[in-house]
Design a protein around this ligand. Structure first.
Ligand code: NDP
Length: 274
């Protein structure tokens, strides 16, 4: 699929903006040539959405790649995440903008609910008000945490980025997000690289003449769920983008859904890391 077409595959957000369904994740891509090359390749291959975070330490390289690509800033959806141990979402947004070399973020997320789900939100709202971020949201929030935040927020979060794949089919969380107008975004959609070896995924991939990675990603986009696979290899970045020219049947989807190991949980995480 060419750049122009892929760019058009977006999901509307409740605040009137839209998020491209496919993005490149850059967690564990080293700041420097590794991140820079990955982002450059992705942009060349038609990706228009990059997912970074203050905690990843590679915003500079993401920004350099963006500038050097020649793709106009307004065509690329840039997400970064507030590191909740750092206290001040506004000051940290300013630092991210400097590192990225851009004058706004498309999406600014609280990376995880450290200190409670509402603690950082006033600062996130302020960052949006100041024009630092077009949209604001959260990551790794359970249903209860989302509810608490929605009850307190003046501007509601529009995205909850969580670990989500056939093996982590958090159906309860997905359903609650839908009801609340929050788009669930899938991180680690390839199980951090582990799920390509799945027998079920392999069988479905073979049936469609596709690769296991493409099936895993398509499982999310089939439901209009944005996905952000990470790779630092050009061929894999290309492979992961070829997901808009085929579909999975309801039988395929049911087989993949059955891989869930979370019991359809409303939780975002099995255990906290902070
Ligand atoms: P993924 O599920 O995207 O898997 C990435 C791994 O799979 C890498 O080891 C990569 O290797 C490998 N890979 C990618 N594509 C292919 C392919 N086509 N064939 C074979 N191997 C492949 O893992 P992540 O955990 O990185 O999740 C993706 C993104 O989600 C992150 O980069 C980050 O942006 C976001 N995220 C957000 C979190 C949060 O708390 N909000 C937490 C975790 C992730 P290689 O690079 O060597 O190609």
């Amino acid at each position: 699929m060419d750049a122009a077409t892929q760019q058009g595959v977006t999901r509307p957000l409740a605040d009137g903006n839209a998020i491209p369904l496919l993005g490149l994740g850059v967690w564990q891509a080293m700041n420097g040539p590794e991140s820079k090359k990955a982002v450059r390749w992705a942009l060349e291959l038609g990706y228009r959405h990059i997912d970074t975070a203050q905690a990843y330490g590679n915003e500079e390289s993401v920004g350099e790649a963006l500038r050097e690509s020649g793709v106009p800033r307004e065509e690329v959806f840039v997400t970064t995440k507030f590191h909740p141990a750092r206290g001040d979402p506004v000051g940290e947004a300013e630092a991210s903008l400097r590192r990225l070399g851009v004058d706004y973020l498309d999406l600014y997320l609280i990376h995880w609910p450290q200190g409670g789900p509402t603690l950082a939100w006033p600062g996130m709202e302020r960052a949006r008000e100041l024009g630092y971020a077009r949209s604001i949201g959260v990551s790794n929030f359970d249903v209860g945490e989302l509810q608490e935040l929605l009850a307190a927020a003046s501007v509601p979060p529009v995205v909850n980025q969580v670990q989500f794949s056939p093996y982590e089919y958090r159906k309860g969380l997905l359903e609650a997000c839908r009801q609340k107008g929050v788009v669930l975004e899938a991180y680690s959609p390839l199980g951090h690289g582990r799920y390509m070896a799945s027998e079920t995924v392999g069988r479905i991939a073979q049936r469609h003449g596709r690769t296991p990675a493409q099936v895993l990603l398509r499982w999310s986009t089939e439901r209009d769920i944005p996905v952000i696979p990470k790779s630092t290899h050009r061929d894999r970045i290309a492979e992961n983008a070829q997901i808009f020219d085929f579909g999975l049947s309801s039988a395929d989807m049911a087989e993949l859904d059955a891989l869930d190991r979370t019991g359809g949980t409303q939780r975002a995480l099995e255990r906290e890391w902070w």
